[in-house]
Design a protein around this ligand. Sequence first.
Ligand SMILES: [Zn+2]
Length: 200
Amino acid sequence: MPGTICLTFDDGPNPVWTPRILTALRRRAARATFFVQARRAVAHRGLIEEMLEAGHEVAFHCLDHIRHSQRTVEGVESDLTVGLEMLTRLGVEARAWRAPWGVETETTRALAGDRGLRLWGWNVDTHDWRGDDVRSMFGALEAQGGLRDGDVILMHDALGPGALRDGCPETVALTELLLATAERAGLRTATVSECEGALA
Ligand SMILES: [Zn+2]
């Protein structure tokens, strides 16, 4: 049984870059998880439909991209409640949640428990938001030992606050390279909730 890696994409969907990521995934019959910003999901609902049809997981990132450590309890709760309602209207029942910037507080964890959401961070950060080219991102990954069974890899299919680039072409290229590398290594891809099931 080959090992499994989880490709994850935050901050989308984006009408330019998400379709290119979806194409790269489709070419390798791969599955991934998209931690979406709710307003962007509503604005580009066709992309959400495409994700679901292709067997990808649509998961919750945020309504407003603000660190939970900088918000009130009520602010975090309403962000989650309103954001999840927006996703529900798109036919998405989110099971997974990644907080903005990966910053989790006691409030985050309590709400996740209440709503039956599993919180996800990552163990491989591509730092794609910095605008590095695909070679340097892949080189950094290889310097840390390359792809490994169980890796949860953080990428972005859209620009979030703090992004130091004006597009995501290097993320598309990195996705293609990671998928080719995984295939050669006998690693398959899965959504985070599928990985969770395999771990249980
Ligand atoms: Zn984000």
